[in-house]
Design a protein. Structure first.
Length: 432
């Protein structure tokens, strides 16, 4: 099946969809569709608040147009769906965005069209959840009138080295001919090449275990950090020593948030439980990682109490609220859990972040960003995100913010600074 001359519509223009639309838009006619009219207006003006695409990159996509009008989807022949797949408060997969997007595509679907999903799901979701919606809304028959592909996204928000075109792309199709067509389509833009999976389910499974594997590795070093703290040794020193062996994996402890690693394992465990198997290792890793924000907050509170700081009347600065460094993405940020735990102890928490949009943070979490400097001092400080602006700060500068108590605590959760230099400034240092 030849898809290379067909008109493409990218449904969902977030961190995944926009870079994809831009790359295809450099070579062929592409419609970028999103239900958020504000987002569409922003992109039409050549701006991307996610910072994944620069104005210059947007300008290079000469064949790309943007719309929030569903009628404009009628002209497309290949639909690539890149909407979020979050979990709910009970950590169950929330397929609502995917179902709604499938309904939208279904209303525009015609005989011969192909729908490719990039959203992370559990193995079987495309055929079990999405295809029935497409059939019902369109009145067409799967693998007879229309076809599907699955090519999981591998976007790493904020990463300007490992980008869409430089990461090998997994592709698959609902028939061998469709798989060939999907592969040829992506080969137009993916410089790193493709990997053709034998089925949609294999491609779906490959994606979901990528992040589950990373989640488990981080959970292991997180558990080590809890153990080593009780022993009284520094985790980073242990990991650096162990890293002197060539095959030791260089994972670091920390809070695991975001839209991938902190979410995707729940999609896999959901499917496993549907089939009557209760996962042990994957869920154990999730429990450890989900608890790290609370563990950090309580460890810092314990040190504050030990140092004579009146916790209930204290003021603590938190530096960073995005889920990762040098990126404005605040989705599923575990720093929020840290803030909530501190507030539960009646701490006055001041959060600052040079990358996050203050309006987004307040709307999403009810947290107002504020200043942290000499004029706005605190009792203790938590550096929660490794933004470049924070990495450049000297221990002396950090200490100048903590002038309300003679022995402040600093939570260097990303191990950005030399702990001995921090101690020389009078800090009681905690880090994972």
């Amino acid at each position: 099946m030849n898809l290379n001359q067909k008109t493409i519509a990218i449904v969902g223009l977030g961190y995944v969809g926009l870079p994809l639309a831009v790359e295809f838009g450099k070579h062929r006619t592409v419609l970028g569709f999103d239900i958020d009219a504000h987002r569409v207006d922003e992109l039409r003006q050549g701006r991307d608040h996610t910072l994944e695409c620069t104005p210059q990159e947007l300008a290079l996509a000469k064949h790309l147009s943007f719309s929030c009008d569903v009628d404009n989807l009628q002209g497309a022949e290949v639909f690539i769906v890149t909407v979020p797949t979050p979990v709910d408060k009970a950590n169950r997969p929330d397929m609502t965005p995917l179902i709604k997007a499938s309904e939208t595509v279904g209303r525009a679907l015609k005989a011969g069209d192909v729908v490719i999903y990039e959203s992370t799901v559990y193995p079987g979701a495309t055929e079990e959840v999405c295809v029935p919606v497409l059939e019902q809304v369109s009145g067409l028959v799967f693998n007879q009138d229309f076809f599907c592909g699955y090519s999981p996204e591998r976007i790493n928000p904020g990463d300007k080295v490992n980008t869409l075109t430089t990461i090998r792309k997994i592709v698959s199709g609902s028939t061998p001919e469709v798989a060939d067509g999907v592969e040829s389509l992506y080969q137009q833009i993916i410089k790193a090449g493709t990997w053709k999976a034998s089925s949609l389910k294999v491609a779906e499974a490959a994606k979901v275990i990528e992040n589950s594997q990373r989640d488990l590795n981080i959970a292991f070093v997180n558990e080590l950090s809890v153990i080593f703290d009780r022993i009284g040794i520094d985790t980073l020193e242990v990991l650096e020593a162990a890293g002197s062996k060539w095959n030791f994996l260089p994972f670091r402890p920390g809070m695991v948030g975001g839209h991938c690693i902190g979410v995707d394992p729940y999609y896999l465990t959901h499917k496993a439980e549907e089939l009557g198997y209760h996962p042990q290792v994957i869920l154990a890793g999730r429990r450890i990682n989900d608890n790290m924000a609370r563990y950090a907050a309580r460890s810092i509170i314990r040190r504050m109490l030990r140092n004579g700081i009146d916790v209930a009347r204290s003021k603590v600065g938190v530096m960073g609220i995005t889920f990762k460094e040098n990126c404005p993405d605040i989705r599923n940020s575990k720093v929020v859990d840290l803030v909530r735990e501190l507030q539960g102890w009646n701490v006055n928490v001041v959060v600052t972040d040079p990358w996050a949009d203050p309006g987004d943070v307040e709307r999403e979490y009810g947290i107002k960003l504020g200043p942290l400097d000499r004029e706005h001092p605190v009792d203790s400080l938590i550096v929660a995100v490794g933004h470049k602006e924070f990495r450049e700060l000297a221990p002396e500068t950090l200490r100048s913010i903590c002038t309300r108590h003679e022995l402040p605590v600093i939570g260097d959760l990303k191990s950005l600074y030399d702990r001995h230099a921090l101690a020389e400034q009078g800090f009681d240092v905690f880090r994972f």
